[in-house]
Design a protein around this ligand. Structure first.
Ligand code: KMH
Ligand code: ZN
Length: 284
């Protein structure tokens, strides 16, 4: 079991409207400030979805590049772009996200019902993302919404080889209406199906947040938290901001005697290529 806990913050997502959650970071400035605050509290990875000037989800490449540069300038967090986008985003735009040269990107391992929508991830598209990430030296995080996605991951690794960085890390996204439930039983089943040597983090959407977080810590897993997945802190109590969710995760990780992992440890674990300008130039 890892002695520390990698905490990923997913601050924005593509589903929540700014009008429904005032503290949702939708501008670059809001995102950078959120990332900084979450980093101070123990986050080591930021999972990024961006918004346009009207706060609608976008995969605009120029904005994406600007976002990666700003986060890299202002924090040491691993910058993980979402290649999932919104359910309406076409495949070519989702592939183009990689051209923004993030440290890491999400890679969802199959199609899943997503409320009344469908989050489409065809096999050939999954393979293409995996292939392009390796070519561009971007570390994938395999997003697992259902147990069948783990069977697909085994098939991917068997047929197409390991990811860039050599290490396999999965994120169990639990409690999505249409995916696996956010329960101890489902988490245990998923952990048993992980490829040998793989690590995992887990997040439970909505009211599965707490059970999934506690189960993941007990099972030696890492945590993802943030307003992409969770908008209520407790019954009837809206989340104040992303920092509140990271602070709670860091506190529980400490109680579990697996404190938040330092970012450099996470970079080494995941096999991230260091793109931070000063470090890439050899300046300590
Ligand atoms: N917004 C969801 C449809 C990812 O970021 O890779 C997909 C998602 C997964 O959030
Ligand atoms: Zn996402």
């Amino acid at each position: 079991m890892s002695a520390t806990t990698m905490i990923t913050v997913a601050p924005t997502g593509a589903e929540t409207a700014k009008t429904d959650a005032a503290s949702l970071p939708v501008t670059l400035d809001e995102l950078v400030r959120t990332a900084g605050a979450c980093s101070e509290l123990g986050a080591s990875v930021v999972h990024v979805h961006i918004r346009d000037d009207d706060a609608r989800p976008t995969l605009d490449l120029g904005r994406m590049r600007e976002t990666v540069a700003a986060l890299r300038d202002s924090t040491d967090l691993v910058v993980q772009l979402s290649s999932g986008g919104a359910v309406t985003d076409p495949e070519e735009n989702r592939l183009r996200v990689l051209e923004a040269d993030p440290d890491a990107a999400s890679l969802t391992m199959g199609t899943v019902n997503f409320g009344s929508d469908v989050f489409l991830n065809r096999w050939d598209f999954v393979v293409e993302l995996h292939r392009r990430m390796r070519e561009r030296e971007i570390v994938p995080e395999y997003e697992i919404f259902d147990l069948g996605h783990l069977a697909a991951l085994h098939r991917l690794l068997d047929k197409h080889g390991p990811p860039y960085g050599g290490h396999v890390h999965c994120d169990l996204v639990m409690g999505v209406p249409g995916g696996m439930p956010g329960t101890v039983q489902a988490l245990t089943a998923a952990v048993q199906l992980l490829p040998p040597g793989a690590t995992f983090s887990a997040t439970g959407v909505g009211r599965t947040t707490i059970p999934v977080m506690l189960a993941a810590l007990s099972a030696g897993g890492h945590l993802r938290v943030g307003m992409e997945d969770t908008l209520t802190y407790g019954p009837g109590e809206p989340v104040r901001d992303n920092a509140q969710l990271v602070a709670r995760a860091a506190g529980l990780a400490r109680i579990a005697q697996r404190p938040p992992a330092p970012v450099e440890e996470v970079r080494a674990l995941l096999g991230i290529r260091d793109r931070r300008p000063a470090r890439a130039a050899g300046v300590p």
